[in-house]
Design a protein around this ligand. Structure first.
Ligand SMILES: C[S@@+](CC[C@H](N)C(=O)[O-])C[C@H]1O[C@@H](n2cnc3c(N)ncnc32)[C@H](O)[C@@H]1O
Length: 395
């Protein structure tokens, strides 16, 4: 049998989700998995590259490194970029764009580094063919990632184009919607089994509910994207792509085939109207039930499961208000939600004590620029002592 060619890929992600992404890659059959800061390296063939782009829930983009070198000034950058055999990766009819990510004292302006990279590519083409490919700022055929950390330069083909968190279901946002990748990562971190009840009582635009719904029905997050830059690569295997997407689609379940309860609620009726549109766009309107209730009025279902939410941030509420609000949330959790496993993304570390509950787990995550904690409060039905005793006996 022909040995499939393996190559290195890097999947980028958000801070704190590296291990979750590594698990996802393992489940897809990836080898040589290595976690890095906000990224996971792995070995791939074309099949896994295509699967990674449509199936990974916690990846932002999938990059294929094509050159690594050291550079401390623009001349070394230009010379090394020009040496790359660009004609193997793009032709004169392709458009391209350099996307720089620069953390370096040697290159203080990322736009300048991108400019020098573009010049080197264009000059190489002019010297070889007397012509050059054009730059496109929007939807380039071949986006190129230029990563400079100190004097280490990595040049990669970006196989994903638009970041993979842009699933296409969020037509309207709301009050600080979560990044879709962060929402999926939170659900994975909570160890939800995709079968038991899932509730977001402050659902905003519905990101957590929709990500949970897609997990429950086995819907790959980017199955509806028809265009990826890897389709412009020389070795794109359209037959393999078609077979693979057909296979993945055949594993999608319908709402009627599952018995999971996914319920969202928000105090703001106007917000819920846009949430409903997002849920509909994601094709999950038969699965996700929405209610217009405040957290205190929410009627707790008998079937236990996960309770996941991110309350409004301190930026929007004043300190005293937030302490009182968190204390109210803590009281409601203690009094009404026994038997549920609650997880709260709190971006107000100073006020976390106000919940009046001791978190069993505290995971650092970043929500945009906000330093947050993902707190786990297992809500026991009896006394905590009995719960711990029972847990110990089960182990
Ligand atoms: C930070 S947003 C949640 C964002 C959401 N996770 C998303 O991805 O769009 C907080 C939401 O909590 C809602 N909210 C605030 N106080 C509430 C309460 N007491 N009960 C229910 N919902 C509340 C707000 O209307 C807002 O939509």
């Amino acid at each position: 049998m022909l040995q499939k060619e393996k190559f290195e890929l890097t999947a980028s992600t958000l801070f704190g989700l590296e291990n979750v992404l590594a698990e996802e890659l393992k489940a897809l059959g990836a080898e040589g998995i290595e976690t890095q800061n906000r990224a996971v390296k792995f070995l791939s063939d074309n099949e896994l590259l295509y699967k990674a782009n449509i199936q990974l829930r916690t990846a932002l983009r999938i990059l294929k490194p094509i050159a690594r070198f050291k550079a401390r000034d623009q001349y070394a950058l230009y010379k090394n970029i020009k040496r790359i055999k660009w004609e193997e990766f793009l032709n004169l009819h392709h458009t391209f764009l350099i996307k720089p990510v620069v953390f370096s004292p040697h290159f203080r302006h990322s736009k300048f580094a991108a400019q020098k990279t573009k010049d080197a590519i264009v000059d190489r083409f002019r010297e070889h063919f007397n012509k050059r490919p054009s730059v496109a700022l929007e939807n380039p055929d071949i986006p190129i990632n230029l990563h400079i950390a100190g004097d280490n330069v990595t040049v990669s083909l970006d196989s994903s184009g638009a970041p993979l968190n842009q699933r296409g279901y969020r037509k309207s946002g709301g009050d600080a919607p979560l990044n879709e990748v962060l929402a999926a990562g939170m659900i994975k971190l909570s160890n939800w089994d995709a079968k038991s009840t899932f509730i977001d009582p402050m659902c905003g635009s519905g990101t957590l509910l929709i990500e949970a719904g897609m997990m429950a029905l086995n819907i790959p997050p980017n199955i509806n994207r028809n265009e990826f830059p890897f389709m412009n690569w020389q070795n794109f295997d359209r037959k393999l792509w078609k077979e693979l997407t057909a296979d993945v689609k055949s594993n999608i379940l319908s709402a009627e085939q599952v018995s999971v309860k996914i319920i969202g609620s928000d105090i703001n009726l106007q917000q819920l109207e846009t949430t409903q549109k997002n849920v509909h766009k994601a094709g999950l309107n038969k699965l996700i039930k929405l209610r217009n209730k405040s957290f205190s009025e929410f009627v707790v279902p008998a079937s236990k499961g996960k309770l996941l939410f991110n309350p409004p941030y301190g930026q929007r509420l004043r300190l005293k208000q937030i302490e009182a609000f968190y204390a109210e949330i803590g009281n409601i959790l203690k009094n009404k939600w026994a038997g549920f496993d609650a997880w709260i993304l709190s971006c107000n570390d100073f006020a976390n004590k106000s919940f009046g509950l001791k978190p069993a787990k505290k995971i650092k995550l970043l929500n945009g620029q906000l330093d947050c904690r993902f707190l786990n409060f297992p809500l026991f039905e009896g006394a905590r002592k009995d719960f711990l005793e029972e847990k110990k006996n089960k182990e």
